[in-house]
Design a protein around this ligand. Structure first.
Ligand code: NAX
Length: 328
């Protein structure tokens, strides 16, 4: 196409940003024929490092990269945005209570929501990566009343990919043979990874695994606590895998998911599976024509129902907390 797609990346000078920008510019997110203009947003202290990354992006001479702009102002950074990756967030500092964390992030995602409302293109799609991602997406969406709520997603794809990888390791099947895995609920240790409908080589995953104790005692906690395990091993949180997940999420949102498979997407609930309407919660979802559809009609066993309910209860708590803080 001739008109470049405006892609805004916040937290552009951070470690996920560094792993993300080059892949966007190379065409891996929107396809090999789509030109992109990168709009990088940082806080003032991050601008110099972002400029360094921009120099490296230039030095790649990517044929699809139509331009790079760096901002420390959200209104400018989101002007004309088609795809927004909201990565920059306030991490939990020492001694910070959860309320402080929610308030600090509300101070970021509220104004960014307003900037999106003011300047976004009609087809805008926003993926929130910065934690607490689900509730940050809820806050941003609440501040963008003119943008349909379903254009705000939070990223569960890293959790989804972690689940695929663990199932592949256990069964010996390649990832390409595994489908219909779901992560439900919140992007937190309380997420609910679910293989009850998954297929491995066309057979029910539970049957191939043949060990329910492994699913509940190993698989679920390994996937849910993988982020902490990475920090433990690497001394830094997941970055390349998070960037990879963001690339895949937007790719599938725009270009579609494979037939007969689905992925996991946190989006505003329409009440499906008794998740309270409006909560940004993860569902099994497929994409066609640039829109997510929640996969309907999956039967939930007691274990899955309880896992979803526990994760959703955490989202309700977060929502009530930010409501109380006046952030919604
Ligand atoms: P870094 O600390 O390396 O980078 C964050 C960057 O954001 C910094 O450069 C900072 O200056 C910038 N920033 C802060 N406030 C900003 C604002 N208001 N506007 C623009 N930029 C701002 O963190 P990184 O490792 O890149 O992680 C970024 C976020 O992703 C964190 O919140 C992290 O918790 C979250 N993650 C989410 C994941 C998910 O699956 N949803 C997985 C990976 C990651 O942990």
């Amino acid at each position: 196409s001739t008109v470049p797609v405006n892609v805004t990346v916040t937290g552009a000078a951070g470690q996920i940003g560094y792993a993300l920008l080059f892949r966007i510019a190379s065409g891996q997110m929107l396809g090999p024929d789509v030109r992109v203009r990168l709009k990088m947003l940082e806080i003032p202290q991050g601008v110099k490092a972002a400029e360094g990354t921009a120099m490296e992006l230039e030095d790649c001479a990517f044929p699809l990269l139509a331009g790079i702009d760096i901002y420390d102002d959200a209104t400018q950074a989101f002007d004309g945005v088609n795809v927004g990756l909201l990565v920059g967030a306030r991490p939990r500092g020492a001694g910070m209570e959860r309320g402080d964390l929610l308030a600090a992030n509300g101070g970021i995602f509220g104004p960014q929501g307003e900037a999106i409302n003011a300047g976004a293109a009609d087809d805008v799609r926003i993926l929130v990566v910065g934690n607490p991602a689900n509730t940050n997406a809820l806050i941003a969406s609440a501040h963008a009343p003119d943008v349909p709520a379903d254009r705000f997603n939070a990223m569960m794809r890293l959790d989804h990919n972690r689940a695929l990888a663990q199932l592949a390791l256990r069964t010996g099947a390649p990832v390409s043979e595994i489908s219909r895995v779901t992560i439900w609920g919140n992007h937190s240790a309380k997420q609910h990874p679910d293989i009850t409908h998954a297929l491995v080589g066309g057979r029910p995953a539970a049957e191939v695994v043949g060990d329910d104790a492994w699913v509940k005692g190993e698989f679920v906690p390994t996937v849910a606590k993988r982020g902490a395990a990475i920090i433990d091993a690497r001394g830094a949180s997941s970055a390349a895998s998070a960037a990879n997940a963001a690339i895949s999420h937007v790719h599938d949102w725009v270009l579609g998911t494979p037939k007969d498979d689905w992925t996991s997407v946190a989006m505003p609930s329409d009440g499906s599976y008794d998740v309270p309407e409006g909560l940004v919660s993860s569902f099994p979802a497929s994409s066609e024509g640039g829109r997510w559809e929640i996969v309907q009609g999956l039967e939930l066993d007691d274990y899955t129902r309880a896992g979803i309910d526990a994760s959703v209860a955490e989202l309700v708590e977060e929502r009530d907390a930010v409501k109380e803080l006046g952030l919604l």
